[in-house]
Design a protein around this ligand. Structure first.
Ligand code: NAP
Length: 248
């Protein structure tokens, strides 16, 4: 299938986990892919070569999504290399879990800056080029935790709940320019982020999952393909949950 043929996608945090599944799924659908990493240089460069081997244009850029200056620089480089951006996926994210009584200011700031401020940093860069093209799709990776809340994750839940409000506002601001903005709320997906959790916590999650298994990065990536492609041309300001029917 070539659902994204000749589209250019920019994905933050494409070096591991869900982001690496997204860049692979997009290349498989014919998209040219620019993606970022922060510290995982070797995996990022290996993925870049893998995507090029799939017959598309691909490039990995080292860029901290929480930095406005680096995001501005990134966009300049991506436009110089790819000429346009049709799809932005704000995927980069981290956890710094702690109960509120013990949470440090640094843990709070790190999570808010990487998970939420990054949406401002990157969306601001792509809007003008998308407006010029009178077309675009922005996909923000939130979490079911932004809806349900979770003890020990007040910083993470706040950042992910912020993603919902941001998504709906941008959808209303730029809908008349044919730019769509949607969120995806994954549940428990098997990546490095969830690998750190102890077995007791994993079992507790699994009890609430209707499908009785954890998700794969590819299952989130397939939802991104849908929201990036013309199959979702009348969908904006929405959240698509990819959580196996999780109830927390
Ligand atoms: P992951 O395996 O830990 O991967 C995180 C990715 O984000 C890596 O590629 C990492 O790059 C990148 N990254 C981190 N900080 C960055 C920064 N400041 N600038 C640029 N890139 C940065 O995490 P994941 O599980 O794939 O999560 C991806 C997204 O899905 C996150 O937004 C997360 O909150 C969300 N999510 C995940 C789950 C889940 O169950 N896994 C559930 C709900 C939502 P480097 O390795 O190069 O640092």
């Amino acid at each position: 299938m070539n659902l994204l043929k000749d589209k250019v996608a920019l994905v933050t945090g494409g070096s591991r986990g869900i982001g690496s599944a997204i860049v692979r799924a997009f290349a498989a659908q014919g998209a040219n892919v620019a993606f970022t990493y922060l510290s995982s240089e070797k995996p990022a460069l290996e993925i870049q070569e893998e995507l090029i081997g799939m017959g598309v244009k691909a490039k990995a850029y080292k860029s901290d999504a929480s930095s406005y200056e680096q995001s501005e620089e990134l966009m300049k480089n991506v436009l110089a290399d790819f000429e346009k951006v049709d799809v932005l996926i704000n995927n980069a994210g981290v956890t710094r879990d702690n109960l509120m009584l013990r949470m440090t200011e640094e843990q709070w700031d790190t999570v808010i800056n990487i998970n939420l401020k990054s949406l401002f940093n990157l969306t601001k860069q792509v809007l003008r080029p998308m407006m010029k093209n009178r077309s675009g799709s922005i996909i923000n990776i939130s979490s079911v935790v932004g809806d349900f809340g979770n003890p020990g994750q007040a910083n993470y839940a706040a950042s992910k709940a912020g993603v919902f409000g941001f998504t709906k506002s941008i959808a209303k601001e730029v809908g008349s320019r044919n730019i769509r903005c949607n969120a995806i709320a994954p549940g428990f997906i098997k990546t490095d982020m969830t690998e750190q959790l102890d077995d007791k916590t994993k079992d507790a999650y699994l009890t609430g999952v209707a499908l009785k298994r954890f998700g794969e990065g590819k299952e989130v990536a397939d939802a991104c393909v849908y929201l990036a492609s013309d199959l979702s041309s009348y969908t904006t300001g929405q959240t698509l949950s990819v959580c196996g029917g999780l109830n927390m």
